[in-house]
Design a protein around this ligand. Structure first.
Ligand code: ZN
Length: 77
């Protein structure tokens, strides 16, 4: 049983993250969109940020919940 947000949005699994060069100290995270064939990027606070609900960049209704897989590692700064 996972205790995450209880809305009905589908999961968008993180595939990669790297340091955000525009906002030092933050990251950009790439997720696999459950609504369309693309991956989308979002701001991410880095390891420890559980992701959570976001509006999808393809404007799919309901957005999705960014999900960080076990063992996920962001690129080094
Ligand atoms: Zn999409």
């Amino acid at each position: 049983m996972r205790h995450q947000m209880t809305n009905t949005a589908p999961d968008a699994v993180a595939v990669r993250a790297w340091p955000n060069r525009t906002y030092p100290g933050f990251y950009v995270i790439e997720v696999k969109c459950p609504h369309c064939p693309k991956n989308h990027t979002h701001g991410w606070e880095g390891p420890g940020d559980p992701g959570g609900h976001r509006a999808s960049h393809c404007d799919a209704i309901g957005g999705y919940n960014i999900t960080i897989p076990d063992g996920f590692k962001a690129d080094a700064p």
